[in-house]
Design a protein. Sequence first.
Length: 436
Amino acid sequence: MRTSRSRLAVTAGIAGIALVASGCGGDSGGTDTPEAGGSDGGGSGEEITLTVATFNEFGYEDLLGEYMDLNPGIVVEQKKAATANEARDNLNTRLAAGSGLSDVEAVEVDWLTELMQFPDKFVDLSDPEVEGRWLDWKTDSATTEDGMLFGYGTDIGPEAICYRPDLFEAAGLPTDRAEVAELLEGDWENYFSVGEDFVGASDAAWFDSAGATYQAMVNQLENAYEADDGTPLGLEGSEVEDLFVTVLQASVDRELSANLAQWSDDWFAAFQTGGFATMACPGWMLGIIEGNAAGVSWDIADVFPGGGGNWGGSFLTVPAQSAHPEEAKALAMWLTAPEQQIKAFAAKGTFPSQVEALSSDELLGMTNEFFNNAPTGQILANRAEAVAASPFKGPNYFAIHTTVTDGLTRVDVDATDDIASSWDKSLQAYSELGLG
């Protein structure tokens, strides 16, 4: 994977961003890791409890049990939000209140830089133990200008295409993953064109959501909303406007979308009802599909429109509120070591961001039984190699992105607006952010 140049503008007091708006180590993290803080929970002779807040599927359930076995003086409890947005709202509310946060808080990359404006609220995780552990661009995105390491990288989200072989077969399309990859090789227009062939022979939609498809497309832009110095670029006449129109024309005019809001109840239910045939599929999506599509056939093809893209990826942070910051740091360090991230990938498809893990024969040899025994380790490694840009996401990324995605929802899901009127509303919402 090509690493991006280091670029992160962290500016306190950015307009429109407010707190309320919006895990001492062992060695390599293997089973011989020394106990964090000693087996007595930090030398006090008392058992301590650490809480870990995550969202969606991080694959930590078995790992936390393993950590407690290694550290008998420590009890670890996981708090899991249903979505990243829910986790973000909870984190910001409790951060503003000054209490109530977990000892380790998972943070998604899209809203990481919002929090990095408040470095005094978090523990600096810099440590010689973790130098060189992650891909450069992963570490760069969590490092402040003065060198504070704000979070330990968990996963990255190299994207492939997940698909329903049964729906493909019924529509006369190939079902073998190599043939599907060949069919979908090319740009987004080719993907949409194949979709038109599919919907002409099927009652199912081609993809799940305009919002999800747009997210995959915008992740291929190096500067979607902000320049490298954090300056907002504006929306009118931008590449973002072109993507907005293109994806909604595909969704509504070409009738390719299932018109679902990602993460909604209807979206989850559609995995069981044959609602759509394909979707943009970062590694972490594998666990979500498997968890909601029991008894339904899914596969994954080593291909992505436009060549490659990375969707998402998270970090583990330690809030300064923690009563046990050293033990929390040790837990976060252990969970993000290569050995543990390979186990998390095996459990839920969260693809590692650690250099050592990415070259592991164990990772590259992994298959996924649910996805027709697909070689998911090799496929996602290939997809990671295809990523040509690491999008810049500054402090205003989440707020600007929301003005656009709300516009997509108005057309694709709610059907209250046409493309032009909804874009006008997005421009108005953007102007109300007061970003200049």
